[in-house]
Design a protein around this ligand. Structure first.
Ligand code: COA
Length: 249
């Protein structure tokens, strides 16, 4: 079993694998270490026959508050481009996994946190979820700038980057349509679980006090399906071609 510093990966006998973002003090903000660990986890789970479904979750009061701003503020422009690329590759790798992946979101799923969730096959949410791509607000004029960047110069895109950099600009419009995606990205507003359900950003909303058991039930059901068939269905949906014969391994 691989030991990670910022995430925890478990695989139950039932076939349910969980990737838990585990930096609750910073609301599971993603820094370089976490991004590299996520990549390694997705790669190893995808070839692990024990893992029939992967659930991505956050520990503490949030799913994930996005890129770790304290880390990203220290980056040079060149490093920033590199980190965007690493994030894009990691989330693309996750999206391309043959094993089904579900993001189970409670509390905040913002910025890179929502981009991570969007790279899953689908998202389920607790009724306290708040989702959004607020990157644009990091360099906005007050009062729209979050307190984490309030000391910065609003003209400086260094405070968090100019646009969502880890695939959200592509995946959010695919999920909810261009107009709603543009509204969310151009205003940085957060949507609650009810609106997220209405616009198709999340598939299902569960009361927060039943979230763990509802997610466990969904995961157990998916893990009980024949993994050959779950992989086949992903392949057919993702690539949209007719395939009467077996799934290439
Ligand atoms: N990067 C690094 N640290 C973060 C973070 C991020 N993206 N988001 C939150 N944190 C840290 C805070 O600095 C704080 O740490 P501290 O206790 O050491 O000061 C801790 O997480 C709790 O955050 P706080 O702001 O006190 O909680 P809150 O409930 O008042 O607000 C948010 C929560 C998510 C609304 C707010 O933290 C926020 O707006 N974060 C930035 C979100 C964002 O823009 N993400 C996109 C980045 S690309």
């Amino acid at each position: 079993m691989i030991v990670y510093e910022t995430i925890e990966v478990t695989i139950e006998d039932s076939g349910v694998a969980t990737v838990l973002l585990n930096k609750p003090k910073s609301l599971n903000a993603i820094d370089l270490t976490m991004m590299m660990e996520l990549r390694r986890a997705f790669e190893s789970l995808d070839v692990d026959p024990q893992a029939h479904v992967v659930i991505v979750r956050g520990s503490g009061r949030a799913f994930c508050a996005g890129a770790d701003i304290k880390w990203s503020e220290t980056l040079t422009k060149r490093d920033r481009l590199e980190s965007n690329r690493l994030g894009q590759k990691t989330f693309a790798r996750m999206e391309q996994m043959e094993t089904p992946v579900v993001a189970a979101v409670h509390g905040y799923a913002l910025g890179g946190g929502l981009e991570l969730a969007l790279a899953a096959d689908f998202i389920v949410a607790a009724d306290n979820a708040q989702l959004g791509l607020p990157e644009i607000t990091l360099s906005a004029q007050p009062p729209y700038r979050p307190k984490i960047t309030e000391d910065g110069d609003p003209d400086q895109p260094e405070f968090g980057g100019q646009a969502p950099g880890w695939g959200g600009t592509k995946r959010l419009p695919e999920r909810v349509g261009k107009a709603i995606a543009k509204e969310l990205m151009l205003t940085g507003v957060r949507v609650d679980a009810e609106r997220a359900l209405r616009v198709g950003l999340v598939n299902e909303v569960y009361p927060v006090d039943q979230f763990d058991e509802q997610v466990a039930e969904l995961a157990a059901r998916m893990a009980a399906m024949n993994p050959y068939n779950t992989r086949l269905i992903k392949e057919l949906v993702n690539h949209g071609y007719d395939m009467l014969e077996g799934h290439p391994s």
